[in-house]
Design a protein around this ligand. Structure first.
Ligand SMILES: [Zn+2]
Length: 397
């Protein structure tokens, strides 16, 4: 159990009551008919109407004050380095700032901004194991950071992947950011990774910063990573016909990122909708990066896709919650009994033209965040980063 996250000590029972709207995170049924959630020892144990659930013995009670509760948002594409510091723009506390943007879980696409990042095989394996351990031990703001994502190099052999997996590494960094940029080598290594239970993603599109390269649709299809990383470019997108081909030919997750080409993101969304494969759409920020730290990146993508992509907001919230969790094999992302009690509380921002949270997002406004909960523990109250929510929840016990 050496690779497991530290857990809160002592029995706890969280009761959240007076929820105005409950978003499930599941595309099949994005809105739940319930106003109360109970979580014991960090896991959801009951969902329903207050009169029907057992709320006795609560150690914490939250009055949601009529706000919307959704699963905590998941950022499928971040580049952490060490603790809550990013050398890319030399900022500290960026992860805690994302918590104030509703993000409770992050997935590393490689710790590529590490100054002096080792590229020899022993060094890159050591750094991946270190990052996995360090981020699973330290949770800035309580955010779950799944890190330890080595960037593959041509000299790697199958035993390297076996060794990484045995050491607790579960992710590959973006294929293409290291020496492996050709389809056949990528395919071979991605299949080794998959054999040992390591998930993979790829840098789709033009180079992001000096030193990275072009990965086109043929390389993406041949590599067959679990995620088509930033299908809308990071920042430079592939031509439209290549993006459409990836949506049609690859069966894998289609990741739309904040730090990509917005038009290409909308094209991806429309193509996935036409193919009736919205369950493959997942969201990330691809940050910190050249364009900075974006604490509100995920809710900005949600508002953009809902408004410009003309999709109901409750559907788009699923992309950043249940879809990402399913595609990334995480146990969160859904409001369902047995799932981790990770929540974000939102309301329409003050003076939004939208009368409700869903209407405001559909009009392109950002939601106001009033609280976050991770593993059944209140981690933040009124967001210091979003526009102020009209109503905010309150801890009453
Ligand atoms: Zn990239």
């Amino acid at each position: 159990m050496a690779h497991d996250a530290p857990q809160a000590t002592g029995p706890s029972k969280l009761v959240i009551r007076n929820i105005g709207l409950m978003l499930s995170g599941a595309l099949e049924k994005p809105i739940l008919d319930a106003d109360t959630i109970v979580a014991e020892n960090g896991k959801i144990t009951a969902i329903g109407h207050l009169k029907d659930v057992d709320v006795a013995g609560a150690t914490t009670i939250v009055d949601a004050n009529g706000t919307t509760v959704a699963p905590g948002l998941i950022d499928s594409h971040v580049h952490p380095v060490a603790g809550d510091w990013t050398p890319r723009q030399n900022q500290i506390n960026w992860i805690d700032s994302y918590l104030h943007g509703g993000v409770t879980t992050m997935i590393s696409a490689g710790e590529v901004h590490m100054p002096g990042r080792p590229r020899d095989i022993v060094g890159l394996k050591a750094m991946a194991v270190f990052a996995q351990r360090a981020f699973w031990t330290l949770r800035p703001g309580g955010v779950k950071v799944h890190a330890g994502a080595p960037v593959i190099e041509c000299e790697m052999v199958e035993d390297d992947f076996k060794e990484l997996a045995a050491a607790g590494v579960k992710l590959l960094g973006e294929v293409g950011l290291g020496g492996v940029k050709d389809g056949p080598t990528a395919r071979k290594m991605v299949s080794w990774a998959r054999k040992y239970g390591i998930q993979s993603t790829i840098h789709t599109g033009g180079p992001s910063i000096p030193g990275s390269g072009l990965i086109d649709k043929d390389v993406v299809l041949e590599a067959d990573t679990d995620v088509v990383g930033h299908i809308n470019g990071g920042h430079t997108a592939l031509p439209d016909d290549q993006i459409q081909t990836l949506c049609e030919k690859s069966p894998r997750a289609l990741e739309i990122v904040h730090n990509g080409n917005e038009r290409a993101g909308l094209l991806t969304l429309r193509t996935a909708a036409e193919l009736k494969q919205l369950q493959r759409v997942i969201l990330g920020t691809d940050s910190p990066a050249g364009s900075g730290v974006q604490p509100l990146g995920i809710i900005r993508v949600i508002a953009a896709l809902s408004s410009l992509g003309e999709l109901p907001a409750e559907i788009v919230f699923c992309f950043a919650t249940g879809n990402t969790a399913k595609m990334r094999k995480l146990d969160g992302g859904l409001i369902e009994t047995g799932r981790p009690a990770d929540f974000v509380f939102m309301d329409a921002a003050q003076h939004s033209a939208g009368k409700t949270l869903l209407e405001s997002v559909r009009l392109g406004d950002l939601p106001g965040i009033g609280m976050t909960v991770i593993d059944g523990v209140v981690r933040s109250e009124r967001s210091r980063n979003t526009p102020p929510a009209t109503r905010v929840p309150r801890v009453v016990k």
